[in-house]
Design a protein. Structure first.
Length: 216
């Protein structure tokens, strides 16, 4: 485990501008553009707005590491929860992250497992928060979706972790619940809880992660 030190640069991947705005405003970050992405910077933080989806988050993370020279990566934002034991706006540190639309079982591999690697990526976690696993896909959860109960679902986390793993870069993921997927009223829940979920997780990232000195 290591602390962020003076020469390190923290790169942050978020899917939506609305998720980044509290940090942009708090730190008075300067807007820039690179390869079609907007990013915001000061001398210690670089936040890139990836857009939703696995392709966008993969490329955005690659840019943070290769073009913007970040030394540590955080992905934070809102996510769905496939159960009802946790409540909207609760914040979690991600333990294991899976690519949930991977299925090579016909070739003898486990569900979610790529042929050349384990079926999940093990992340470093923040011991101040409860842990959950996260399953990443571009698919919104529906009645026929194959996904375990009581896990988080998003569209970015696995891909951020995958690029960081390939580049041997420290990575942590934080998520706040915007909707409980068994309800099936995804948009209604997001409309009701998105603002509060973003406020909760943004405050944690600002005051408990960045200001206190993130530990990887």
């Amino acid at each position: 485990m290591e602390h962020i030190v003076n020469e390190d640069i923290l790169g942050i991947v978020v899917a939506m501008t609305i998720e980044a705005e509290p940090l942009i405003e708090y730190y008075k970050l300067e807007k820039n553009n690179i390869k079609g992405f907007s990013y915001y910077v000061n001398h210690k933080i670089k936040i890139i707005i990836s857009g939703v989806g696995v392709i966008n988050s993969t490329l955005a993370t690659y840019i943070l590491l290769n073009d913007l020279n970040c030394t540590h990566i955080i992905n934070y934002g809102v996510a769905g929860f496939t159960g009802d034991v946790h409540h909207h706006c609760e914040i979690f540190t991600i333990n294991k992250v899976y690519k949930r639309d991977i299925n090579f079982t016909a070739l003898g591999y486990e569900l979610y497992q790529f042929p050349d690697k384990p079926k999940y990526i093990q992340l470093q976690t923040d011991n101040r928060l409860p842990m959950l696993d996260c399953y990443t896909s571009d698919e919104y959860i529906g009645p026929k979706s194959r996904v375990p109960n009581n896990v988080l679902v998003d569209m970015e986390g696995y891909c951020v972790a995958h690029i960081c793993e390939r580049y041997q870069t420290s990575c942590m993921i934080y998520k706040s619940i915007s909707d409980n997927t068994p309800d099936h009223d995804t948009q209604g829940q997001i409309d009701a809880h998105l603002t509060n979920a973003i406020e909760m997780i943004s405050n944690f990232i600002i005051h408990e992660v960045i200001e206190r000195g993130v530990t990887f």
